[in-house]
Write a protein that binds this ligand. Structure first.
Ligand code: AMP
Ligand code: ZN
Length: 472
């Protein structure tokens, strides 16, 4: 088997990947909080995780991919204060919190499909694992890691020695980060809620009576972090290989997951590799976030504008997952051009498919196995297309790369060469006019005609041999 190297946030190093159990790799990805549509920043993280899973599978591993759906417990501001995001969504839309969760879970799954993201093997909802979460809190309680204050049961982070192991920050810096939220009753700023009580005199839509689950706390709901500890251990058993999410999860969510799980089971390893995707930012390096009001969705940014959502996937593959990616219309326009060009290169390979070249497959594997270096893997694709492989062999390998890893829609193309596709008469006329303008070196007119042709759903490519027009 080929070697795979992955950057582990825990050690801040690229490490050779060695599964805990060779027969199956456990992969846990923190899923969405389903109170609104996912924005394209969120989706960048899920594209990175999809590539990770595909790369493991391309190398011959069987992967068990688990993703949670946070349908309760995630409060506004990622901490322990403020409103529950689901209850907030319910007020905003006049639906029940359960309906909100169901609606946005469906919307999320539909986004994944549009981006060719392979669905996880197991979806798990926080509200369906209440017993497991309560059981885990009870273990922590028994071991003396918890304390009760007026609004819930909290985890005492000062009792856990390695609290800063994942973040590599000193404790004071972590505490500073947590101080944003003022809760006078907490013993340490980094302490977090395991179980929140429903506010006195208020009936929440999502609340449980712990007495029915073997604990004697007041009615309430689980904190956000406990769900991922409880569900990952319940569903992956010993196969706690890789845990991933966006970089914002390092200092709080994943740090707290480790603190809970290791305190409950000190002799068990809680995930060997921790991987984090960098943010999608908007101009000026500002993070895309729902709270920042710069909230772009796949629907409003791509689909409504007639742009194929796979353009976004292609754009995401052009930036390494650990580097920030910038969103702008211009970046997406270039990605669209790039993807169309690649599609046309594919179309020009003709109808027959040959055999997969070992040399180029190895080159491609070397890049994807080097901490998912997709920009370099795409460069290998271009190198292969320029090589002296036969068109049939080029076609075979490009189809394989797309089906197995890239997922950018090459394999879905009608394999008929585009020149055979009947181009509508209007376009033929514009094409002729543009040829004339080019001959006369009237570049302004030629540019205008190019725009017109493109508006009709075609791509124009100029080369030294003339002009070619393809259906997008
Ligand atoms: P949430 O639904 O807020 O729990 O976030 C879902 C996933 O998206 C998490 O893994 C986050 O770390 C990630 N995420 C949030 N904002 C961004 C962003 N601007 N760019 C990339 N990933 C993000
Ligand atoms: Zn999580």
């Amino acid at each position: 088997m080929n070697k795979i190297y992955l950057y582990n946030t825990l050690t801040r190093k690229k490490e050779e990947f060695e599964p805990i159990d060779k027969s199956e790799v456990g992969l846990y990805a923190c899923g969405p909080t389903v109170y609104n549509y996912a924005h394209i920043g969120n989706l960048r993280t899920y594209i990175f995780e999809d590539i990770l899973k595909r790369v493991l599978e391309y190398n011959g591993y069987k992967v068990k991919h688990v993703m949670n759906i946070t349908d309760v417990g995630h409060l506004t501001g990622d901490g322990d204060m403020g409103e529950d995001k689901l209850e907030k969504g319910s007020k905003r839309e006049g639906k029940t919190a359960w309906e909100i969760a169901e609606f946005y879970t469906k919307a999320f799954k539909s986004d994944l499909k549009k981006l060719n993201i392979i669905e996880p093997d197991i979806w798990c909802k926080a509200t369906e694992y209440i017993q497991k979460q309560i059981d885990l809190i009870k273990i922590l309680e028994k071991k003396g890691f918890t304390y009760e204050i007026s609004d819930g049961i909290y985890y005492d982070t000062s009792k856990f020695e390695d609290y800063n192991k994942l973040s590599h920050l000193d404790l004071e810096t972590l505490r500073e980060g947590a101080r944003v939220e003022k809760n006078e009753e907490k013993k340490n700023p980094t302490d977090f809620a395991l179980w929140k009580f429903s506010p006195k005199g208020e009936k929440r839509q999502m609340e449980w009576d712990p007495k029915k689950y073997g604990a004697d706390w007041d009615i309430g709901f689980p904190g956000w972090h406990i769900e991922c500890s409880a569900m990952s251990m319940a569903l992956l058993g010993e196969k706690l290989d890789i845990h991933c999410g966006g970089i914002d999860h390092i200092n709080v969510h994943h740090t707290n997951e480790i603190a809970q799980s290791k305190a409950a089971y000190p002799d068990k390893k809680f995930f060997k590799y921790w991987m984090h995707g960098a943010f999608l930012n908007i101009k000026g390096g500002k993070k895309m976030a729902k709270s920042e009001g710069n909230f772009l969705t796949l629907q409003n940014t791509f689909i409504d504008k007639g742009i194929d959502p796979l353009v976004y996937r292609f754009a995401a593959l052009q930036t390494h997952y650990r580097k920030p990616m910038e969103y702008s219309e211009e970046v997406m326009k270039n990605a669209e051009k790039g993807l169309n060009h690649l599609k046309n290169q594919f179309r020009n390979l003709g109808e027959k498919s040959g055999k997969v070249s070992k040399e180029f497959k190895n080159k491609f594997l070397e890049e994807v196995n080097n901490d998912l270096n997709m920009p370099k893997a795409l460069a290998v694709v271009q190198e292969m297309l320029k090589s002296n492989l036969s068109n049939e062999d080029k076609k075979a390998i490009l189809l394989e790369f797309d089906t197995e890893i890239l997922g950018i829609g090459i394999a879905d193309l009608n394999i008929k060469a585009v020149e055979d596709i009947k181009i509508d008469e209007n376009v033929e006329m514009l094409k002729k006019e543009r040829q004339k303008a080019r001959k006369e070196k009237n570049f302004e007119e030629s540019d205008r005609l190019r725009d017109e042709i493109e508006k009709l759903g075609y791509t124009v490519e100029d080369s030294k041999d003339g002009m070619r027009v393809y259906k997008k």
